[in-house]
Design a protein around this ligand. Sequence first.
Ligand code: NAD
Length: 366
Amino acid sequence: MNKKITVLAGDGIGPEITAEAVKVLGRIAVKYGHVFSYDYVDIGGCSIDRYGVPITDEGMKICKSSDSVLLGAVGGPKWDDCPPAVRPEKALLAVRKELGLFANLRPTKLFPRLAAASPLKKRIVGGGIDLLIVRELTGGVYFGPKKTETVNGESVATDVMPYSEHEIERIGRVAFETAVKRRKKLTSVDKANVLETSRLWRKTMHRLADEYSDVEYNDILVDNAAMQLIKNPSQFDVLVTENMFGDILSDEASMLTGSIGMMPSASLSSGTLGMYEPIHGSAPDIAGLDMANPIGTVLSAAMMLRYSFGMAAEADDIENAVNEVLDSGARTADIMPSDDGSCCTADGSCRKVSCSEMGSLIADRI
Ligand code: NAD
């Protein structure tokens, strides 16, 4: 197959981690006889520096005309004081909106060899964690009207959180369909005791639950969900929630696995075009040091093969390669055990590798 991929490397560690994912995709192309071609488009701070905007119209056009988009990360302290209209994150929201990427899939998997890297006790995570958060991505408070005004001599800021029934149904269907393909268990997260949008969310989800009677469905309030993810994460399989709750809960869930650097994500449209990115940010504190963990980005590339290109065997190949490399004891700094070495290989041997070494080790296993 011939596939055109837009690479939005972005800022901070973005160029380092996307380079490793492209390295791994190169091996897949050779092994399976595919041709992947790449367009590199500036996004975020680097685009602001070069063009004055976080993404150009031309760049957006290239994204739209590709088969899929691979993103590193955007932002950093240099652009923190940019006016709201040209902040680096603005480009991400724009790409999601323009490409109609309404569904964000965030798998949280604890690799067996990394059990001790989890901050939770072994009795909680020892049995492994394998859950998936389906987050609504183009609605809610991040996209609603916002303003800051002066009222009675003081500043008052307002963010509005709108949700329509069709937006909720659309993400609900993705979640139920995903649950059908997994352990047939879906938990919907809302704040229906307080928020009007959550009451509509719950009503719509219940209507869908009647249609998907083979899926075991339950509701949970977001504050309880935050607590249960720490107390007993293995009770969950698929969780579905609105944009802001999903943003927060998926970062919380990522820590169960030991490092945010391990976590991939897929943002899907109603067609095959998707955007794939690790869930972390640009990590300015380690940018340029070749010490970032590229696994979240490499696993995002695997999701791209699976969801946008229908290449399940190739995606499995990448995931197995990651598993094998972790089994061999290779660790980037963020997942290197600090004390007892219990998350290493059976003989306790673990060695620290750089970002580029980790990418090469994974590529070499394919
Ligand atoms: P961050 O995710 O960039 O970093 C948080 C911590 O995790 C840091 O200590 C960092 O070193 C570490 N970390 C993150 N990814 C890692 C990796 N692959 N390997 C090893 N360690 C890793 O979050 P932050 O510090 O809050 O944000 C930094 C910048 O990133 C900000 O400008 C923020 O706006 C932006 N951001 C961008 C995205 C995105 O592009 N999707 C998402 C979140 C934050």
